[in-house]
Design a protein around this ligand. Structure first.
Ligand SMILES: N[C@@H](CCC(=O)N[C@@H](CS)C(=O)NCC(=O)O)C(=O)O
Length: 221
């Protein structure tokens, strides 16, 4: 088996795992706990910052989820089902949403830090939480406008960029109420019904989860 993905439950590596499942690729999935396991010497040799995802394909090692998405599609999506190749009228949009997924996710990461990683509440900042929640909501508003006339980020239908954006909403919905964005919420539910999405979730009794609640946005500031 040539493909190997280093993953933590519900981290950004869920994007890569979901896409591997959509493409029905044979891959070895190494699930690490979110913490010290990412700082081992052997893992730091793969990913210099000790983060996930990290994908190995033979001699190739890649550690950005957007790049992994493009690489997997270019290499293995031979029928161009989930990619829009150069020359395709939707190519520019495909690239935009591929990277916009991270624009959303930086706010999710900051809120994860504020409400989970910084363990001592006295060290958390209500101002940062408020600011990052607002910036997350503004980023989701952009999706709400786009999704008025389509079911997926591209008018032609589901593509790999929906795994990127979909993960950002999966994690983003822990920090803001998606019901304020009806088209986005319907889109997220549509994605969550996909077997490949469900196969990328941790088992209900899985340990080492980053997120242990459904609604961090309900926690008092
Ligand atoms: N832009 C990178 C971000 C990767 C990233 O920051 N991953 C987080 C999990 S969502 C991580 O591994 N954090 C561990 C740490 O910062 O120690 C990507 O999209 O792959």
């Amino acid at each position: 088996m040539a493909l190997r993905l280093y993953h933590c439950h519900e981290a950004r590596s869920m994007r890569s795992l979901w896409l591997i499942n959509e493409l029905q690729l044979d891959a070895e999935i190494i699930t690490l706990s979110f913490g010290e396991a990412l700082r081992s010497e052997s893992y730091l040799n793969r990913h210099p910052l000790g983060r996930v995802p990290c994908l190995e394909d033979g001699e190739i090692t890649l550690f950005e989820s957007g790049a992994i998405c493009e690489y997997l599609c270019e290499t293995y999506d031979k029928a161009a089902r989930l990619i829009r190749l150069p020359g395709d009228p939707e190519r520019a949009e495909w690239l935009q949403w591929l990277h916009y997924a991270e624009t959303i996710c930086v706010h999710v990461a900051s809120l994860t830090q504020q409400q989970i990683v910084i363990f001592d509440p006295a060290l958390r900042s209500a101002t940062v939480r408020k600011l990052e929640t607002r910036r997350l909501e503004k980023a989701i508003e952009v999706l709400e406008a786009i999704l008025q006339d389509r079911e997926y980020m591209l008018k032609s239908g589901f593509s790999a960029v929906d795994t990127g954006i979909g993960y950002s909403l999966h994690a983003g919905g822990l920090f803001t109420d998606l019901s304020a964005f009806p088209a986005v919420q319907a889109y997220y539910h549509r994605l969550a019904e996909r077997p490949a999405f469900q196969a990328s979730l941790p088992a209900p009794d899985a340990e080492n989860r980053i997120y242990t609640q459904a609604n961090y946005w309900l926690e008092p500031a």
